[in-house]
Design a protein around this ligand. Structure first.
Ligand SMILES: C[S@@+](CC[C@H](N)C(=O)[O-])C[C@H]1O[C@@H](n2cnc3c(N)ncnc32)[C@H](O)[C@@H]1O
Length: 270
């Protein structure tokens, strides 16, 4: 267990490690501190030890902290510009290979792999019958939501707007008031599994891997192990997409050829 300058902060982190289904060691300490102090403000306490007492006695706060730490924010077609840039990649891949393996890791509540499945049906130049799509995440709750495939438009989330990149969204979702449910044909096109990108091994022969919006939160020492898992899952010529604010670690840059630098789409060329 690493040492923290503030001992109270260290005690909160140790409590999280022991009591909550979350591995704080992986994450950047500044990120952890921002999340914890935001919860402390909500609870109107200033000292870490006072917050620790609340965590020990109030299971709702434990849940609220867990929610805040796992940053499971996602979208359908998050960063639409990237999805436009991905169309030619999906067209080429499904043109050139009989079976194209796609891995969305981490997939959060499933909207990223569902976006791949919907786009490939909506774009007539992509042969969706050749795709096999797997979505994985460390969070069982996120995976449960992904398998359910039901999403709500709320004050802060407009699902209709998220799906607007598609020519005909209602071919892929049933809409009832504010509730959008992915149609069975789309839901069954994705396999969801639990997978920890730091602890668990690689998958086999992936042609296109998404690893978006996790690396920004991860402590730098764990980025290389994550990249090793990703590259061990790819072959020469496979594609990798990372988040629009993320970067490939310096020591691995030679192994990736940018396909679209701004959209962070790369081809693996070991
Ligand atoms: C911000 S979401 C990203 C979802 C999607 N890729 C996107 O860009 O919208 C981050 C996800 O990473 C998952 N996660 C955190 N640590 C992980 C790990 N070690 N292995 C796999 N998934 C992890 C969280 O549960 C969360 O669902």
């Amino acid at each position: 267990m690493r040492q923290f300058e503030d001992e109270g902060f260290g005690r909160v982190i140790r409590h999280i490690q022991d009591e909550v289904e979350f591995e704080p060691e992986y994450y950047n300490p500044d990120y952890l501190d921002r999340r914890i102090t935001a919860r402390m403000r909500r609870q109107e306490v200033e000292e870490y030890d006072d917050y620790l007492e609340i965590l020990q006695s109030d299971s709702r706060e434990k849940e609220a902290l867990m929610d805040s730490l796992t940053i499971n924010v996602t979208n359908f077609f998050r960063n639409q510009e990237m999805w436009e840039a991905l169309r030619p990649v999906l067209r080429d891949l499904t043109d050139e290979h009989r079976r194209v393996r796609v891995w969305s890791a981490p997939c959060a509540d499933g909207r990223e792999p569902y976006s791949v499945s919907m786009l490939s049906r909506d774009d007539r130049k992509i042969d969706d019958s050749r795709l096999t799509i797997v979505g994985t995440d460390i969070s069982d709750e996120a995976l449960e939501n992904a398998r359910a495939g039901t999403y709500e438009t709320t004050r802060t989330t407009d699902i209709g707007e998220e799906l607007s990149l598609l020519d005909d969204p209602e071919k892929y979702v049933n809409v009832e008031d504010n509730t959008f449910t992915v149609k069975p044909e789309i839901r069954d096109s994705i396999q969801f599994e639990r997978h920890d990108l730091i602890q668990d091994g690689p998958r086999r022969n992936c042609d296109l891997v998404f690893c978006r919006n996790l690396l920004i939160y991860i402590d730098s020492e764990f980025k290389i192990p994550i990249f090793n898992t990703l590259t061990d899952s790819m072959q020469d010529g496979s594609y990798l997409v990372i988040g629009m604010t993320e970067t490939i670690p310096q020591e691995l840059r030679d192994e990736f050829e940018p396909v679209n630098k701004r959209c962070r789409i790369y081809q693996y060329t070991p």
